[in-house]
Design a protein around this ligand. Structure first.
Ligand SMILES: [Zn+2]
Length: 199
């Protein structure tokens, strides 16, 4: 059923664009909000607005943050000599949940993908290499996803980092090829991190 009431149609369409939400769920969510008190809808709308206003990228690691540098980069208890390189900000929470990693991160914001015209210049690669220049980093863990683009990116980074004499490791092969860090279970991911191998 498609509504002709414009505000309804607009919100249904907006929900429908979100990942994992089909037309039916979009419609259910919209009618649900319509039935809820004004205050509840307002809180949701405001949360979405502040998300876009207050959230920015950390100027050090490029993770999403509301303070700069982010809390991880600011944390003196963490080991700043280890940098774990990930594709997206959403890869960090699952790695943190394993409790096995006390270093810092670097978010690339994508992977090298010649098919989609994405090269190293479109990613935060230059920024990573400049973090490695002052000699305080002793290990880089390449935690790009175990799929074709993730591998291509890891190989490229390895080539760039190799001359800097820094230990390079890659998450162990417990993760199935073609999978996504974001959806790996804590145990498998924690193990892959502990068993990381020289790359
Ligand atoms: Zn940071």
């Amino acid at each position: 059923m498609v509504t002709t009431v414009e505000p309804l149609a607009k919100l249904i369409e907006a929900f429908n664009k979100l990942p994992g939400i089909g037309p039916k769920s979009a419609q259910r969510l919209t009618y649900y909000l319509l039935r809820r008190p004004d205050e509840e809808a307002k809180t949701l709308a405001e949360a979405i607005l502040t998300l876009k206003e207050k959230i920015r990228l950390c100027s050090v690691c490029f993770n999403i943050t509301d303070c700069d540098p982010c809390l991880i980069c600011q944390d003196k208890e963490r080991d700043h000599s280890k940098i774990c390189v990930v594709e997206r900000p959403s890869d960090i929470p699952p790695l943190e949940r394993t409790g096995k990693y006390k270093g810092v991160y670097h978010v690339l914001h994508g992977t090298i993908s010649p098919a989609q015209g994405i090269g190293p210049a479109e990613l935060k690669v230059k920024e990573l290499l400049s973090r490695l220049q002052n000699g305080s980093v002793t290990e880089v863990i390449l935690a790009t996803n175990p799929n074709l683009e993730g591998e291509t990116t890891a190989m490229y980074l390895r080539r760039m980092i190799l001359p800097l004499n820094i230990r390079i490791s890659r998450l162990a092969r417990g993760l199935p090829f073609g999978s996504d860090l974001e959806y790996a279970d804590d145990m498998t991911l924690g193990q892959a991190l502990e068993d990381r191998q020289e790359f």
